[in-house]
Design a binder for this molecule. Structure first.
Ligand SMILES: Nc1ncnc2c1ncn2[C@@H]1O[C@H](COP(=O)(O)OP(=O)(O)OP(=O)(O)O)[C@@H](O)[C@H]1O
Ligand SMILES: [Mg+2]
Length: 224
């Protein structure tokens, strides 16, 4: 499902080059749940962004669901994201003064699917993410955990095979983190491939993950 082959991502700041990722190799099978851990600055968000087609690698190859992302033009990358991946951002990136329903349906509106079908898909995604009962409320009236469930619904609405989440428990208390993990178990059972970046101990001990991978200074330092 995901193939990362010798990927390096170089940033240049003040004319100094810096490798945020260096020679990363990684395969994730369909239906697998993978936890990406590592200290702050180790490259977790960079790697997730590359898997989601939000950033391009400087060197190396990346393939997600058969699509090669290494040199994909930006407009194709946007189409790729719409078709293949759901991304749950650390800050959720929701529009807070519009309804939950409108946030969730938004990714479908630029497509040629009829509004009626979009609404059905949005309702289904909200039910999966356990936020359907709040569909007619503005996001700004929701708690942090509820907002995250809106972000999950929005990430699922186009039925992607791959779900990526960056520090999903950063704004949650331990009980809500457990709820989040239960949601992810449900989504995993639907056959989705899940990659989550986190440095939260609660996630390290979760049975959700088939594999935990540690990044250190842009390199994968162990497998288990
Ligand atoms: N746009 C950018 N320009 C220059 N350097 C960057 C850029 N984005 C990230 N970096 C650097 O790349 C390294 C990896 O950053 P990244 O955000 O991937 O780390 P992370 O593991 O997600 O950290 P955290 O746990 O704090 O979220 C960091 O040293 C960061 O400063
Ligand atoms: Mg990060």
């Amino acid at each position: 499902m995901i193939k990362v082959d010798n990927v390096t991502k170089t940033y240049e700041v003040n004319k100094i080059s810096f490798n945020a990722l260096e020679g990363v190799n990684l395969n994730v099978n369909r239906g697998e749940a993978l936890l990406l851990r590592g200290h702050s600055g180790s490259g977790k968000s960079t790697l997730l962004s590359i898997l989601g087609g939000l950033l391009k690698p400087t060197l190396g190859k990346v393939e997600v669901n058969g699509i090669s992302l290494g040199k994909i033009p930006d407009d194709h990358a946007a189409l790729f994201r719409r078709a293949h991946v759901g991304f749950i951002f650390q800050k959720y990136n929701l529009i807070s003064d519009i309804l939950v329903f409108d946030n969730v349906i938004a990714p479908l509106l630029p497509t040629d699917i009829s509004f009626k079908e979009c609404a059905l898909k949005a309702n289904t995604a909200m039910k999966i993410a356990n936020i359907f009962h709040k569909k007619d409320q503005k996001v700004l009236t929701l708690s942090g955990g509820e907002q995250q469930r809106v972000a999950i619904a929005r990430a699922l609405v186009h039925e992607p095979l791959v779900l990526l989440a960056d520090e999903p428990s950063a704004n949650l208390d331990p009980n809500l983190t457990k709820d989040f993990l239960n949601e992810m178990e449900k989504i995993k059972k639907m056959g989705k491939t899940i990659v989550i970046a986190s440095h939260d101990e609660i996630l390290f001990n979760s049975s959700l993950f088939d594999r935990v991978i540690t990044l250190e200074k842009g390199k994968i330092c162990d497998f288990n």
